[in-house]
Design a protein. Structure first.
Length: 238
């Protein structure tokens, strides 16, 4: 359930209040400034600024919403063409309230509410332009930074993988692309079968090394068994 507006209600009922705010907004858009009580001015300010926001959108749906509140088509046209264009670069604060003292007779506090149609100050324009430029630079720099990070991360990842492979077994060397024995690591190891092959053994040439060992003792210490048994490997190695 919507929360009622705090403070005194304008007019005799909700419908009367809506009509009063619509008429006050129409008069404000037509004359650009009106004099009314402080209470009405404070209630009119958010109402009128919301209609200006619709006008800045400029689409048909927004125009129809405003026409549902203000029936004067001439005022709506002026709102969507002149006023919306004048406050195009302003992000908010489309109205200004200035208190002018109390009214004679009932001593009611009075105020002037007017549209802020002055162009945005040079300082504000410079700040807005700098903010937009910084945002554009950040958007452009983000993909480049990601690419640099990816390029830097790839060699680092390869180095980590290589170090991990080297440290996997004592006295071992990772597999080579050409299946050639690294210097000082003649024994082939197959991690799928957990077998090792010494040079000159029966299946040595037909085996693709997944890891190289510096000796049969290192392979055995890493948990690899001799292919064909100890005797076969010893005989073939001789």
């Amino acid at each position: 359930m919507p929360t009622p507006t705090k403070g005194p209600r304008l007019g005799g009922g909700p419908a009367h209040e809506r009509l009063m705010l619509a008429n006050l907004a129409a008069a404000l858009f037509e004359h650009k400034r009106i004099t009314t009580t402080v209470t009405k001015a404070k209630r009119l300010k958010p109402y009128a600024e919301r209609l200006v926001t619709f006008a800045k959108r400029g689409d048909l749906a927004s125009r129809r919403r405003v026409l549902g509140l203000i029936s004067n088509k001439g005022v709506v046209h002026e709102l969507f063409t002149d006023i919306a264009q004048a406050v195009e670069n302003r992000d908010g604060g489309y109205t200004r309230i200035t208190k002018i003292g109390n009214r004679k007779g009932d001593n009611a506090p009075m105020a002037v509410i007017e549209l802020v149609l002055e162009p945005v100050s040079a300082k504000q324009a410079v700040v807005a332009e700098a903010t937009a430029a910084a945002k554009r630079d950040a958007d452009k720099a983000a993909p480049a930074a990601e690419a640099v990070e990816t390029e830097e991360a790839a060699p680092a990842a390869e180095a980590v993988e290589t170090e991990a492979a080297e440290a996997k077994y004592a006295g071992s060397h990772p597999a080579t692309a050409d299946n050639e024995a690294p210097e000082g690591f003649p024994v082939k190891g197959n991690e799928d079968s957990m077998k090792f092959h010494v040079p000159g053994s029966r299946w040595y040439d037909a085996t693709t090394a997944e890891v190289w060992f510096d000796s049969a003792e290192s392979a055995a210490a890493a948990g690899f068994a001799p292919a064909g048994g100890d005797a076969a490997q010893a005989v073939e190695a001789e």
